[in-house]
Design a protein around this ligand. Structure first.
Ligand SMILES: [Zn+2]
Length: 73
């Protein structure tokens, strides 16, 4: 018996040698099962290479804005 998470998973749509659909549970976040999916998941999500030093990150900008606001008094 499969765990509930596998019975609810989307089914693999790969075509088998017999011509039918595989229909094994797809790997989480993917559209194919563990036998039919490839190992390379593709490029990483987001532009991680744009990060240089974080001086203009949302976190740092919010901190500087707070300091500027407090500095007025
Ligand atoms: Zn499959």
């Amino acid at each position: 018996m499969q765990p509930a998470i596998l019975t609810q998973a989307p089914r693999c749509q790969a075509k088998t040698l017999a011509g039918t659909l595989c229909q094994a549970p797809a790997v989480s976040g993917r559209r194919r099962c563990r036998m039919h999916g490839r190992t390379n998941p593709g490029p990483p999500i987001g532009n991680r290479n744009a990060w240089k030093h974080g001086a203009r990150s949302a976190e740092k900008r919010a901190l500087l804005a707070t300091i500027r606001e407090l500095d007025r008094f």
